[in-house]
Design a protein around this ligand. Structure first.
Ligand SMILES: Nc1nc2c(c(CN[C@H]3C=C[C@H](O)[C@@H]3O)cn2[C@@H]2O[C@H](COP(=O)(O)O)[C@@H](O)[C@H]2O)c(=O)[nH]1
Length: 323
């Protein structure tokens, strides 16, 4: 059993350090508290009751094949923007249709032999995406590592987490190298684990927090540091970019992966959602309003970003396999 290292805590702590030291991005905490106080009670009730999992878009069959499907989706859930018109939904729906077409895959007894080749074949049945070869390698890794560490059974992966979302993130990051979303910032390690955490959030959502999706500590997860949510937080005035960074982002200049600018955007995005949650906790002590998990705040912000993507300012552009 891989040593438990609580990588989610490393995400919390390392991104808080980056946010404090950031030169190109400012987290306006006062604005975050304003936004939190302006959220309606009804909105918060909906947020906290909703696991925001889109069951029409995704494959769900109530069993381990759903876990495997989500592991495949989230192993290649990154960088759609270079291909005009391509969105996350095309990936989710494409893999769902490929799985349903591959009738044999639906035989639960066959699940254990879902190896790298089968998973890679699924990709060839979906919409071509940027870096198709890299995505095929990442899918192959899912098949290989699932076979070598978990007897090819996704339910074994879930069982080893023993009902802990944090342990499951650790297992994913330690068992599937492609999910190890971390970098260096001014000589110190920074962790984001966006796809590992979104996988756990998706399993929790797909199973409505029950059975294979039951986690006692889902509240520990951070938001998922992608390129859509920072746009919404910037529009709210919670994230403020330096004039130079604002110009780079607004003119669609590509930010290098692991550059200070990119790392600061991702770290401050995570900390902005934590600040919103702190503000809502404080408000709740006064008016008893429901307090969403970071996962639920994330979905609220992401789906708002999706709705407004045609009219919103540009998101930052970084070529990466992490988000
Ligand atoms: N923070 C955050 N980022 C998310 C998601 C999702 C999908 N969530 C669904 C899954 C289950 C529920 O039904 C959710 O609705 C994708 N992404 C990221 O966004 C970017 C894609 O954007 P665009 O090019 O516009 O499709 C890309 O980095 C992708 O990895 C999320 O929930 N939170």
């Amino acid at each position: 059993m891989t040593k438990f290292s609580n990588l989610v805590r490393r995400v919390q702590e390392s991104t808080a350090d980056v946010c404090k030291a950031a030169q190109h991005v400012h987290l306006n905490k006062k604005e975050a508290w304003q936004v939190a106080s302006a959220m309606s009670y009804q909105e918060l009730e909906h947020l906290t009751s909703d696991r925001a999992f889109d069951a029409d878009l995704h494959f769900t069959d109530g069993g381990p094949l759903t876990v495997l499907y989500l592991l495949c989706v989230d192993s290649i859930n990154f960088c759609f923007w270079p291909q005009c018109g391509l969105e996350y939904e095309h990936l989710a729906r494409g893999l769902k249709e490929a799985l349903i077409r591959d009738k044999q895959a639906l035989d639960p007894h066959r699940l254990a032999c879902f190896d790298g080749d089968q998973l890679q074949k699924l990709l060839s049945l979906t919409t071509p995406m940027p870096a198709q070869d890299r995505r095929a390698e990442l899918l192959r890794e899912v098949g290989q590592q699932l076979l070598s560490h978990f007897d090819g059974r996704p339910q074994n992966l879930i069982a080893q987490a023993e009902g802990s979302a944090v342990r499951l993130v650790d297992l994913i990051a330690n068992s599937f190298p492609g999910f190890q979303d971390r970098t260096m910032y001014r000589g110190r390690e920074v962790w984001f684990l966006k796809r590992a955490q979104i996988f756990v959030g998706d399993v929790w959502g797909a199973f409505q927090g029950q059975g294979l999706g039951r986690f006692d500590d889902i509240s520990e997860l951070t938001m998922f540091a992608d390129y859509r949510v920072p746009v919404v937080l910037r529009q709210m005035g919670i994230l403020v970019y330096s004039a130079q960074l604002a110009n780079m982002v607004d003119t669609r200049y590509e930010l290098a992966a692991e550059s200070e600018e990119e790392v600061e955007i991702r770290a401050c995005t995570i900390q902005a959602v934590e600040e919103l949650k702190s503000a809502l906790r404080e408000r709740s002590s006064r008016d008893g309003c429901p307090v969403p998990h970071s996962v639920q705040l994330d979905w609220f912000l992401w789906e708002r970003g999706e709705r407004e993507r045609e009219t919103a300012p540009p998101h930052h552009r970084t070529w990466t396999t992490f988000y």
